[in-house]
Design a binder for this molecule. Sequence first.
Ligand code: GDP
Length: 735
Amino acid sequence: LMLLTRKLIEVRNILKSIDHDSDKLTLPSIVVIGSQSSGKSSVLEAIVGHEFLPKGNNMVTRRPIELTLIHTPATKGRPTKDTLVEYGEFPGLGLGKITDFAHIQKTLYDLNMAVPASECVSDEPIELRIHSPHVPDLTLIDLPGYVQISNIDQPEELREKISSLCDKYIQEPNIILAVCAADVDLANSPALRASRRVDPLGLRTIGVVTKMDLVPPEVGAGILNNNKYPLALGYIGVVCQNKMSRFTSTKGHDNQGGGRMTSAVLKQEDAFFGANKEHFRAPARGRNAGVEPMVGTDTLRRRLMSVLEESMGSSLHGIVNAVQIELEEASYQFKVQYNDRTITAESYVAGAMDMLKLRFKELAAHFGKPEVRALLKQALDDKVMDILAQMYWSDAKTPELSQLADNRKLSPEELDRYWQYKLDASTSALTKSGIGRLSTQLVVDAIRSQIEQLALTEPFNHHPDAADRIVGFGNAILRDRFGLTADQVENCVKPFKYEVEVEPNEWEAGRKGSLQLVERELSMCDDALNQIKKAVGGRRLRGAIDYVAQLEERDRKKALARLRAREAQSEGSDSGSSPTSLIETDEDDDPTRPDYNSALLVKAREAIFLSQRSNILKMRIAALKARRCREGPDSKGFCPEAFLNVVADKLTYTAVMFINIELLSEFFYQFPREIDSRLVYDMDKSELARFARENPSVKRHLDLQERKEKLETVMEKLDSLVKIYQEKQAPKRQA
Ligand code: GDP
């Protein structure tokens, strides 16, 4: 018979795990209210048959305790670990099965005490399930006791908080268990008062009158007769003082506290009611004529079971409808939004990993030798341009070099040592610039930024931790290979530091390449010059340039004068005119042009520099195109641009070869393996689920899917219950 309650408790627990706004999805539970010290805990413990609630003079119930009692069949003989029959568990805490009720008591105590005193009470319920052959299937919610008298320890605020917390729980469809002590006038019972507010007819309130032993039996019987404040479900009188427990510590670590209540304690109640039998008989007259008053914990238990069962039964129809509606809605949404496609965290994670590896493959395919060569060549070309600018293009003698090149009679061996030396210095500047580190660093940086990009792309943008780890794996491999690769490259370019042999075809390629580069340099130079012209205006710029030229002329004169004066001084002849006076007289022919501000003069100087550079570059382009340069590698002294380009090419070729072997191949081999073996390999089921849910769209999908599945389960269970219920009702109706 009690199957209905049991099954509905299961349903209730599933429904609780589905988030929903609808009140209609809640099944009734028994809510226990009463003032402090009314004996609430004693009653609950009597029902469970164990002392497990925290005790203390201070208010210790600060959070609602949702207590689910689950009846388990008794096993024969001593229970072993596997046939555990009596245990509690806190589903929210993951502590596993707890067989020691003192441990449960301690846990509850700690959970309650964890609520900061400033908050007084918390709305967040503690879930506790107790499995035992000695309990009926029931769900009970223990609430903080009403505060009767406010004092310093228990301020007014607490009183209101408790009362509003209780109000939340005593709503329909819950059954109210109003606990009142027999020795306190029922008119003063806050529990009854609260219940009357929400259940004025007393249709879902059961009165429990505790401490029957503290009043004369006839007074007690009078209370139970249910005349003063009638309740449809009646009053039940109990005596359930657990004398031993009152002296056990709050922590309840000794054997008595938390142990199974001795039958002596329970017998105490039988003894009391037995001894006062004549008082607890059915009255002959009045509204309860012929109805025996209900007494004893056992009666209370049976009463609770049948009331809950009844209440569950009458909720059944409503809940079936409500679940049906929710399920239809969830199914509809699932169809519309996801076309009924189910996913799992595992499949999502596997998909994300496949995607990552696929992208990595693409990355590797687009990052081979040609790409690395282009990358390095460009860096070295830039370097060559810098060296040329520094060594040749700023050298006032460079135009001479072009003239020398035109002299057909001059053989390369006869070229001035000055130019030979320049070429050697320039070549060294290139070959000894730390090519190993430079090139390795370039490639490492490029790979790193690609991997970072990879880790930012969908779906890893939703998984910052995983993205960090991906980048981390990549960096670790690169760090590992860096030193070795750089050393290898440096070692292999070493011969070029002493001699670079150039074949004619290499020379020609280098000449063409350098021609392009110098031409590009020239056009950049001219562009910059034009920009200045455009910004300043051609005429104004010319004026400013003339002015700057005058200034420079004056500076040159001054310097010359200073030099002469110093010479005159050192010759010892005192001509009478001091060098300073000479300079001062110079100031007079200072060309003053007030509308030239300093910004304009800076531009003018830049323009002068650019046009000089442009002239030199034009000359060099002509030289590179001329016969001498076309002759071959022997002309290298005349055409440093071509030669350095060949050197840069050779350095690049060597660097690419070793970077490819030592860095790229290793990286492309190790990285996917690292991902496979370390990114998700050690994730357990719950970590996989957490990972998948980091992605909001996957979370929505999974949530809806789970909701639908849970509702389906609930619906199945309810369907079978409806059948049972109808079968149960049928004979009643016939009778
Ligand atoms: P709670 O504060 O409402 O949980 O009340 P408790 O269950 O802790 O009981 C308060 C006090 O009343 C304790 O000292 C109990 O021993 C005592 N008490 C509870 N039930 C009975 C009873 O039936 N008879 C007697 N004499 N004392 C009881």
